[in-house]
Design a protein around this ligand. Sequence first.
Ligand SMILES: *[C@@H]1O[C@H](CO)[C@@H](O)[C@H](O)[C@H]1NC(C)=O
Ligand SMILES: *[C@@H]1O[C@H](CO)[C@@H](O)[C@H](O)[C@H]1NC(C)=O
Ligand SMILES: *[C@@H]1O[C@H](CO)[C@@H](O)[C@H](O)[C@H]1NC(C)=O
Ligand SMILES: *[C@@H]1O[C@H](CO)[C@@H](O)[C@H](O)[C@H]1NC(C)=O
Length: 704
Amino acid sequence: MKSLNISTIFLALAVIICISCYSVECYKIGVGRADITGPPVEVTFMGYANLKQKGKGLHLRQFARSFVVEDPSGNRVAYVSADCGMVGYGVKREVIKRLKDRYQDIYSIDNVVISGTHTHSTPGGFLMDLLYDLSILGFVPQTYEALCQGIYLSIKRATDNLQEGKIFLSKTTVLNANINRSPSSYLMNPEAERARYEFDVDKDITQLKFVNLENELIGVFHWFAVHPTSMNNTNHLVSSDNVGYASMLLEKHYNPNKLPGKGKFVGAFASTNLGDVSPNIRGPKCQKSGNNCDVLTSRCPHEEGECVASGPGKDMFESTQTIAIRLYEAGVGLLQEESGREVTGDVSFIHQTVNMTNYSASVYNPLSRKMDKIRGCLPAMGYSFAAGTTDGPGVFLFEQGETTSNPMWNALRDFIAPPTQADIDCQHPKPILLATGRAAFPYEWQPKVVPTQVLKIGDLILAGIPGEPTTMSGRRLRNAIKKSALESGGGEFDVILAGLSNLYSSYIATFEEYQAQRYEAASTLYGPHTLSIYINQYKMLTAAMMTGKSVEKGPEPPYLNDKVLSLVPGVVFDGHPIGKDFGAIKFDAKRSYTINDVVTVTFIAGNPRNNIFHEKTYLVVERKINERWKIVLTDADWDTKMHWERTSTLLGFSDIRIEWTIAPNILPGEYRIRHFGNYKYILGGIFPYEGVSRTFNVTNNAKL
Ligand SMILES: *[C@@H]1O[C@H](CO)[C@@H](O)[C@H](O)[C@H]1NC(C)=O
Ligand SMILES: *[C@@H]1O[C@H](CO)[C@@H](O)[C@H](O)[C@H]1NC(C)=O
Ligand SMILES: *[C@@H]1O[C@H](CO)[C@@H](O)[C@H](O)[C@H]1NC(C)=O
Ligand SMILES: *[C@@H]1O[C@H](CO)[C@@H](O)[C@H](O)[C@H]1NC(C)=O
């Protein structure tokens, strides 16, 4: 009797295992999320390269969102979308090191893609290459550590949650969430090529849905081409911007009753060929006059102000929210339609680093209609790059007539060597502003060696691109990869480009766009053939992967961790006024509020950099229910904002002002706001403190 039972159980188990995952249609899948928020104050944001855009608080937390897929023969890949400006090779190398310490050789540089969403409102200082950390005043160890540990943790969570499941791919279009910000450059591309596309930006959104064998939705990842620059360069609150908020909305929907950043379901909106794509869909206007800017130069007559794009909202917060809601609704729409096709087939991957500066190949030249010998150039930035874009004009290293405003720039500018005639010829028609490839002091200014990488998940290809391809560059790259896969016998594939992955090397414009030398072209580092080199390289990688050939690893990008300069000072100490301890109330809440009011409470505070509270919060809004306090909102919620201000540098005093905008769905009742922080004692040591507002009422009586 007993032995029969056991064998029956075994038989049943064997049958379950068999039917559950006997074919390649079934993968092991896992998703994970972790907090990667950087120091929210005193560090310059990465993106607009505006030294003045330093963090002064927090609106939305940054998260890394990962998925891991393994096929039945044990081939595994991992993909991460991180709410940060981009990803540096130093960050990737460190994440892989931590993964190897934990999982030995399951993960390597070759099978993990890490992609930045490209939000322009998060702290910088993690890229190491000198030019990219320049506007931040150098390397910021705290930003770097926050990214490395959080990204590692998100992959660890995905790994520890691996389960059998399936993957579905679907697509839809979102018409009102992006525009081309260099339409005149786009028009340089051949007419016949443009005629194949309806719009001058990609309007489609690609979705990968992960479900387990109980048909439970465990995660969903989207790719949509748009710059997360709805928050403009006047913003000082850390924010994951439009795509970050879209991810949060999705996670709120599928993790009901969970606080932001919590809950099992993981939803992401990740970057792709967003190089020339803006979310500011009202388009560029002269700020003072409201007139249209000059199309070719994006300039305005002096008296009409700067040329800036904005919209669709009344201010940048509303614009961020509106774009986010449009993306989120498209994602949920696809999920509710249960549309899409199942992704099937084995998993594989390929990776090679390339020295762009001595790459040579023969490619078709569309202008001369002949085969050309092409080569990559030493990195250099053109003049227009200093002019910025209509998403954030005129601010990379310096503003007009303000070349001495950055102390780091002052100290270093003389170490950029002038370009040689060969550099000038190679980069033609780009007029060289900075011959960054010539500068070696004190270390590399912009990368020469870049990682190229292709992941294959069944009949889907995900290519990790170390820069920002423009719309047409992205289309050409995708088509080339698709063609290469087909021609090497792999069959029909969907191709997704993971933008800003693994390393940052600025933009990738097409050869034709390069001739117009707008911002994106001026920031295409390796000369007019940069895109052609990438197309050649990704075709080669795809073909090699399809036919099971291995490729050489390529040269190792330099290790800069022990060289990087940093001029960002640490927290010296925190002090508080006599009689008002840390956490004491400076300005309290009122006694009563109603829907749409803003509750404001100001606390005597320490410097938020003393503890960046990963997976925790600087503040909570609490509601009293049956004499107990329940957390309703945290610092990651859209409706709360934390502002920090040093009120005396000499005495180390600072304030934290918390704002809560009461949303219409807030229930009437008694509420309070608490603040958590750490202060640095003048004689050493970091200590926690907390503060609490008075209890106040929220009523739903409309104001009379
Ligand atoms: C940024 O957006 C705000 C509105 O939120 C607007 O007042 C300001 O002019 C914008 N600035 C730039 C440079 O875009
Ligand atoms: C890349 O190529 C350049 C130019 O040929 C060369 O000077 C440099 O040493 C190469 N870098 C690496 C890491 O191989
Ligand atoms: C590029 O330079 C590296 C290092 O100097 C060398 O090993 C490699 O062969 C060169 N590649 C080409 C295509 O010249
Ligand atoms: C809030 O409203 C309740 C019921 O009207 C009242 O008893 C309580 O005193 C009010 N609390 C405050 C802080 O005003």
